[in-house]
Design a protein around this ligand. Structure first.
Ligand SMILES: [Zn+2]
Length: 214
């Protein structure tokens, strides 16, 4: 999970990873808490320090998301996001931390209501649309692409491109014909893990806020 969002024009928003960066400190504080006597004053103090750190991380994460979603809603007329199968990914132990860090549902929630404020349109691409596996140059599909593959190599036209950028370009094509005025973003590792059974591409249009995630 290297980026928070990848845009079809090639720009990326780095994932700040507030939690990950502070994981060591959190672990240390947890150890301090467990060493203190239950019910004691020192334990209460240690718990307070831990809570303060958690609050700080949550706030920073929220601020980053707000900056990104405000900029997107203000500057883009159409935004396509890939509706990630986050719950499926959370079952994958190694991914759970990173996904929780990105806060995909919060990102989507903010984007939807801000789009309504600023008059831009958000298109939620179907989560099974094979945007990561399809070559944005020629349409060849790499059925063997795994989550570990950060670069897309097309065996048909020879295109070598960042996985997330490839997915973002494919998503921007979904939005319609005048793709140069559009921007798409795949959040996190855009494709995540795909199953081999892939539904036909469909689009959900959610012009107003209040999208209920499955
Ligand atoms: Zn190709």
């Amino acid at each position: 999970m290297i980026t928070l969002a990848t845009f079809s024009d090639g720009t990326v928003t780095p994932n700040p990873r507030h939690l990950k960066r502070r994981l060591k400190k959190i672990k240390r504080l947890h150890r301090v808490v467990s060493r203190r006597t239950k019910g004691g004053k020192n334990r209460r103090k240690a718990v307070k320090r831990l809570e303060k750190l958690y609050r700080k991380i949550a706030n920073q994460r929220k601020n980053t998301l707000h900056q990104v979603t405000t900029t997107l809603a203000k500057t883009k007329s159409v935004i396509v996001i890939e509706d990630l199968n986050v719950s499926g990914m959370l079952k994958n132990h190694h991914l759970a931390q990173a996904i929780a860090d990105v806060g995909f549902y919060e990102f989507k929630r903010q984007l939807l209501y801000k789009a309504a404020w600023y008059g831009s349109r958000v298109i939620l691409a179907d989560r099974w649309e094979p945007s990561s596996k399809t070559c944005s140059g020629c349409g060849w599909v790499d059925e063997d692409l795994t989550l570990a593959d950060r670069t897309f190599h097309c065996e048909q036209c020879g295109l070598v491109i960042s996985r997330d950028l490839n997915a973002a370009i494919n998503l921007s094509k979904l939005a319609g014909s005048s793709s140069d005025s559009l921007n798409a973003c795949g959040v996190g590792s855009a494709g995540a893990r795909r199953r081999s059974r892939v539904k036909l591409p469909t689009m959900k249009q959610e012009p107003d806020a209040g999208y209920a995630s499955a």
